[in-house]
Design a protein around this ligand. Structure first.
Ligand code: UT7
Length: 323
């Protein structure tokens, strides 16, 4: 038997307001045709009054706890991945902790932008297996709408708001064929900071800043890095692409999803796609897509699932698990 972190439940949450491409075309010089053809995005959700990164994160967490059949008091560790915290401090994870009524557990944020959920899962997995606790709540939550330049058509059409969560528990599982996280691999290369960044911050400009991206450069790096890291993580787990049941990728662009699947020789039907509905929700995109495929019955217990993401930093990573 081997101690592994097993996903007991998933959950997600979206803001009330859905915005389609036609609405954006009334705000900037763009069209439904351009957005669909270049990105695959048709709609995204935008947070309104009373909605924030932590309200969405708390709602997603409640759904995940419900699926896991656990009370919030049973959580030992909360890791929240976000680039859009409610405040600079305290960590948004502690706001979620309070909203869930948990009086004492470990709680902190992780900042790895679109790869944030992969980073948070990997940290949680290592902490659980290291004995820091038995049960973790891992969340990816964002309100990118609050850091978009709504006059910049090259970025404002691409992103959306939302949250996804997973409950992980350390369990002894059979070494062969057992459930849980089998391997993770993370990377960062800060030389590419300038290709995708926010042009502000508390210690630089003293302002919140807006998202800036050189899309074509990011696209090129994404396809190469994602295919590479997926191969790497499968190697570490002693598996090959033919063993994979599902890929749950970061949802940035339908063309990146297709190109990565092709590079690995995967059937596009094995790739969970939600970018058409949610757009790019940064750290929330992988857990939102995971929850979608679990709840619609595609991902079943025992399936081999690969999660992958790449984003600002650059940061990127992949994780292979038996659901
Ligand atoms: O989540 C983190 C990771 N992020 C990503 O992975 C994003 C990766 N990049 C991409 O998904 C794509 O590069 C974009 C969707 C951002 C852009 O697609 P593209 O095919 O690379 O377009 P482009 O940047 O080369 O722009 C082509 C043209 C340009 O016009 P000209 O210079 O050819 O006249 C742009 O100005 O499309 C124009 N354009 C637009 N037109 C209508 C850019 N944005 C828009 C727009 N509507 N919203």
């Amino acid at each position: 038997m081997t101690l592994r972190s097993v996903i007991l439940g998933t959950g997600s949450a979206l803001p009330r307001r859905r915005v389609d491409n036609a609405e954006l075309a009334t705000m900037v010089d763009t069209s439904d045709e351009w957005i669909v053809e270049r990105t695959g995005i048709r709609t995204r959700y935008v947070a309104g009054e009373g909605e924030s990164t932590t309200t969405l994160a708390a709602e997603a967490s409640r759904h995940a706890l419900e699926m896991a059949g656990l009370q919030a008091a049973g959580i030992d560790l909360i890791i929240l991945a976000t680039a859009t915290p409610d405040q600079t401090f305290p960590a948004s994870a502690t706001t979620v902790q309070a909203a869930l009524g948990i009086n004492d557990c470990i709680a902190f944020d992780v900042a790895a932008v679109c790869s944030g959920f992969l980073y948070a899962m990997t940290v949680a997995d290592n902490m659980l297996r290291g004995g820091a606790g038995k049960t973790a709540l891992v969340i990816g939550a964002e309100t990118f709408s609050r850091i978009l330049d709504w006059e910049d058509r090259t970025t404002c059409v691409l992103f959306g708001d939302g949250a996804g969560a997973a409950v992980l528990r350390a369990e002894e599982t059979p070494a062969e064929g057992g459930r849980g996280i089998l391997a993770s691999k993370l990377h960062a290369d800060g030389r590419h900071n300038g290709l995708l960044h926010v042009d502000g911050g508390p210690s630089s400009t003293g302002t919140v800043g807006k998202v800036r991206m050189k899309g074509q450069d990011v696209f090129r790096h994404a396809v190469v890095n994602l295919a590479q890291v997926m191969k790497e993580v499968l190697d570490v787990a002693g598996l090959s692409t033919s063993d994979i049941d599902w890929v749950v990728p970061h949802q940035a662009n339908a063309r990146i999803l297709d190109a990565t699947a092709r590079k690995l020789g995967l059937d596009p039907a094995q790739v969970v796609v939600t970018v058409d509905r949610h757009a790019n929700t940064s750290a929330a995109s992988v857990p939102l897509a995971l929850d979608t495929a679990v709840r619609d019955g595609r991902i079943k217990q025992g399936d081999l699932v690969v999660l992958e993401a790449m984003g600002g930093g650059f940061t990127w990573g992949a994780c292979v698990l038996r659901y």
